[in-house]
Design a protein around this ligand. Structure first.
Ligand SMILES: [Cu+2]
Length: 122
């Protein structure tokens, strides 16, 4: 009886160890690759998502679905040509920071109307 109890205890302990090992090992798996590309959808008349958070080094592509729009930085950090439906514009964000932008046709600096923000983290 005593031996059986002991065996059960050892078995339980072994199970615990195995579980911990599996958990520990899964924690060592290479982290899922962080996307180095992100997308903003442009339509009449909004940027979606309005606020997009990405890591430094990410290239953001604005895809225009309809109408004519621009992607114009409040600070002049980037500026697209006028985008017609089906056209897109990309900009790579190397430095952490907050990058507000707007559409020159339907919005204005400071996040008014058709506008958005790219938040870049380290
Ligand atoms: Cu627009």
């Amino acid at each position: 009886m005593n031996t059986l109890k002991r065996t059960a205890q050892i078995f339980l302990l072994a199970c615990c160890c195995l579980t911990m090992l599996v958990v520990a090992r899964s924690g060592h798996k290479p982290a899922p690759t962080v996307d180095d590309a992100a997308k903003v959808t442009v339509s009449n008349v909004k940027f979606e998502p309005r606020t997009l958070t990405v890591k430094a080094g990410t290239t953001v592509t604005w895809e225009n679905k309809e109408g004519s729009h621009t992607v114009t930085s409040d600070t002049g950090a980037f500026e697209s040509e006028t985008l017609s439906a089906g056209q897109s514009f990309s900009h790579k964000f190397d430095k952490a920071g907050r990058y507000p932008y707007y559409c020159t046709f339907h919005g204005s600096k400071g996040g008014h109307d058709m506008a958005g923000v790219i938040v870049v983290t380290k």
